[in-house]
Design a protein around this ligand. Sequence first.
Ligand code: ADP
Ligand code: ADP
Ligand code: ZN
Length: 215
Amino acid sequence: MNLILLGPPGAGKGTQAERIAATRGLKQLSTGEMLRAAVKAGTEIGRRADAVMKSGGLVSDEIVIGIIDERIDQPDCANGFILDGFPRTLAQASALDKLLKQKGKTLDAVIEIRVDDSALVERISGRFSCAKCGAGYHDLHKMPKVAGTCDQCGSTEFSRRADDNAETVKNRLMAYYRETAPLIGYYYALGYLQSVDGMAPIDEVTVQLNKALGA
Ligand code: ADP
Ligand code: ADP
Ligand code: ZN
């Protein structure tokens, strides 16, 4: 099963993708994570993406389409993948259609996680993650069960994203409404779109997603 999670920054795409991937044996593909890894490693792509990401803009279609093109051919995607943060523009969406056709793969569902704008800034500013395994947390909504210790791997080191600040968030929201929100109409028209209420608690959103995806 191959699916797309759509939604504004902070909607909960990464949180839910991690859960659905684990229970269904799918590979979570986050272009944001891949780009952050490229920046950290100092690759050519990382150098090109760094400043754009810091400002909250979108990295070029050419770069992210290239990343996805290569990534979905890997053996760990054979059982299916969850795209979290891709596509983000209409050009990326039509490139994805073409890539899937070329590779003989199908798209099974596109699920929009709906969240009120007023909640997004709070979600983003409270977000942090385990520095070792990447597990996601929130200052108010999802603290580690044992204070200061990662639930998943026991690490005591956590990190916050450089772009999770109030100034950049505004630009990221603008980019979402200008470039990504049209994809909701695009996938609706193609008959793929389903929506879940992303304002519900994390576990409840997972239940809704599983309902949408079926057994
Ligand atoms: P996205 O990948 O869409 O940018 P994340 O999954 O990183 O969003 O979630 C953003 C922040 O909000 C994280 O700190 C996460 O723990 C928290 N969060 C995610 N889903 C919910 C929810 N349903 N209710 C409250 N907080 C949530
Ligand atoms: P969030 O879900 O909080 O918006 P991501 O981790 O998905 O964050 O993305 C972080 C940044 O990486 C984006 O603000 C953008 O600069 C870049 N990025 C990630 N995915 C894409 C994409 N598909 N197209 C263009 N830029 C992207
Ligand atoms: Zn961890």
